[in-house]
Design a protein. Structure first.
Ligand SMILES: CC(C)(COP(=O)(O)OP(=O)(O)OC[C@H]1O[C@@H](n2cnc3c(N)ncnc32)[C@H](O)[C@@H]1OP(=O)(O)O)[C@@H](O)C(=O)NCCC(=O)NCCS
Length: 172
């Protein structure tokens, strides 16, 4: 299903936008703090999109591509990750060309609104690298609060990194 906001349309993952994903995922600003690597080819980004499609089908995720209405392209992905029945995370990534414009908040609010309407669960979580300050601040802006820090939680590219866990509770 599509979600529409002022500047964005959140659309189901679609492989025809794999080149857009490849373009923004190749920016070190985008991939360095999430422990990813520069995609080697459009085919690799297509595999990522196919994984999102499969995960949506098997209900491991409920994920969207973030399409910019006037730029006419996909500029990120966002959605819910059903890690366990009682532990639902929100995951996100936005092209660095579009940071600092409030687009993340705009997309995230649409997803949170959808989650609040469709899920019975009250709590949602974010887990992010502690040194990904932009991600922590962005999650705070949409109502998440830091609850815990896990030292050395991530092992990425030969190094350990702390994880910050954040939570948002909705009264139902
Ligand atoms: C996380 C992400 C979606 C946020 O998007 P964004 O457009 O940068 O978000 P916003 O501009 O709404 O918020 C970022 C906030 O961090 C602040 N910030 C950025 N760098 C900072 C720093 N070094 N120290 C303190 N605050 C900082 C910004 O000032 C802004 O807050 P403000 O609006 O109050 O000024 C984007 O950075 C992203 O896609 N990153 C790569 C993928 C990623 O890290 N995903 C998370 C995986 S868990």
């Amino acid at each position: 299903m599509k979600l529409t906001t002022e500047r964005l349309i959140l659309i189901p993952p679609d492989i025809s936008f794999s080149e857009d994903v490849y373009t923004y995922s190749g920016n070190p600003l985008f991939y360095s703090l999430i422990g990813a690597k520069k995609p080697e080819s459009i085919a690799q980004s297509q595999k990522f999109v196919e994984m999102l499609i499969d995960d949506n089908k098997s209900k491991k995720r409920c994920y969207w591509m973030i399409a910019h209405r006037t730029e006419n392209k996909v500029i990120g992905t966002i959605g819910l990750i059903f890690a366990k029945q009682s532990y639902i995370e929100i995951g996100y990534g936005l092209s660095a060309d579009f940071w600092g414009q409030g687009l993340f908040s705009e997309a995230a609010k649409a997803v949170l609104d959808y989650a609040d309407k469709t899920l019975t669960i009250k709590e949602l979580f974010v887990r992010t690298r502690a040194d990904n300050i932009r991600s922590v601040k962005a999650a705070e802006k949409i109502g998440f609060k830091v609850i815990k820090q896990y030292p050395g939680f991530y092992f990425q590219n030969g190094q350990y990194f702390d994880c910050i866990e954040m939570k948002r509770v909705v009264e139902k």
